[in-house]
Design a protein around this ligand. Structure first.
Ligand code: IPM
Ligand code: MN
Length: 357
């Protein structure tokens, strides 16, 4: 298969971890005789530095003319009080590319069960797929701040259409998994949440094999820690999904392990859920696994399931052997971001190499 991939590495550790994902994809291309080409464009703080716009037109154009987008991370503390912030680039990118569904898989890796602060029996075999709506809600509603700075407001808006398109994806995924969707909302308080409930309840009738459950977001936050095994597919609005997915990452032992896919009608983007981790910038300590697993999600998106499987297997192998960055334990502090990437790429090229066993 031929794929043109836009690389938007972004800020902080974004470039380092994206490089490791590209190493894995290059190893896959070689093994399976695919042609992946990578074209780079700036986003976030790096783009503000370059041209004053966190999501410039030329970056948008590259995204639109590519088959898929590999995204690193965004955010730079030097812009904390600036009017133009790197994060605006991420939001603009999601909106302009119509990436309305963000899929975040949360798993407990067997070899990392003791890295989570949660008890092993609670998290063993957890396998959750979070469907977060990504281009609506309070993130994108009208914002106001008064002249004197003493008043501010953010409007939370949703339309039935916006809810339906992400809900269909969640139900289709649940059908192929353990047939359960949990809708997380705050329907006891918010009108938008009541619209979500009505819309999703109605739509669920088209998926009779899928069980639909409802949880208020405050209770869901508690359930995620008390009994995460109850979840199969989680469906939720933009901000609740942002918060619940960071909480859920604790199950895996590190936020540095969770990839994501952002999908729209036309475009698809793959990104780790973590941020730009400026404190780690250039130190070689950032965990590249979330970026590498995002590359595996990219392959799955194009139906390259065997290829994705090999990446997943190589990642598991690296974790099992303790070839991990320091966020997963002090024992292996000497293993850098690029060493982890090299191990995974080598393993893809030569999975039976006895040196790695
Ligand atoms: C994420 C991030 C972003 C979000 C920030 C950087 C705007 O936290 O992708 O989860 O809130 O969506
Ligand atoms: Mn987030």
């Amino acid at each position: 298969m031929k794929l043109n991939i836009a690389v938007l590495a972004g800020d902080g550790i974004g470039p380092e971890v994206s490089d490791q994902a590209i190493k894995a994809l290059n190893a896959i291309a070689l093994e399976f005789d695919h042609k992946f080409s990578f074209n780079y464009a700036k986003v976030g703080g790096a783009a503000i530095d370059d041209c004053g716009d966190p999501f410039p037109q030329k970056t948008l154009e590259l995204c639109k003319t590519s088959d898929a987008i590999l995204f690193g991370a965004i955010g730079d503390p030097k812009y904390d009080n600036a009017e133009i912030r790197p994060e605006q680039g991420l939001l603009k990118m999601r909106k302009e590319l119509g990436l309305f569904a963000n899929i975040r898989p949360v798993k407990a890796f067997d070899s990392l069960l003791d890295k989570s602060p949660l008890k092993t029996h609670l998290i063993k075999d957890v396998d959750i797929s979070i469907y977060r709506e990504l281009t609506g809600g309070i993130y994108f509603g009208k914002k106001e701040v008064s002249q004197d700075g003493n008043y501010a407001s953010d409007l939370c808006e949703y339309s039935k259409k916006e809810i339906e398109r992400v809900a269909h994806l969640a139900f289709k995924a649940a059908k192929a998994r353990r047939q359960k969707v949990t809708l997380i909302d705050k329907a006891n308080v918010l009108e938008t949440s009541r619209l979500w409930r009505r819309t999703v309840t109605e739509l669920s009738k088209a998926y009779p094999e899928v069980k639909l459950e409802y949880l208020y977001v405050d209770n869901a936050a508690m359930q995620m820690i008390l009994n995460p095994k109850q979840f199969d597919v989680i469906l939720t609005e933009n901000m609740f999904g942002d918060i619940i997915s960071d909480e859920a990452s604790v199950i895996g032992g590190s936020i540095g392990l969770i990839p994501s896919a952002s999908i729209g009608d036309k475009y698809a983007l793959f990104e780790p859920i973590h941020g730009s981790y400026p404190e780690a910038n250039g130190k070689g300590i950032a965990n590249p696994i979330a970026a590498i697993l995002s590359a595996a999600m990219l392959l799955e998106h194009f139906g390259l399931f065997d290829e994705a499987e090999i990446i997943n297997y190589a990642v598991e192998k690296s974790l099992k052997l303790g070839i991990t960055t320091p966020d997963l334990g002090i024992k292996h502090e000497e293993i850098s971001t690029s060493k982890v990437g090299d191990f995974i790429a080598d393993f893809i090229s030569n999975p039976t190499d006895s040196n790695h066993n």
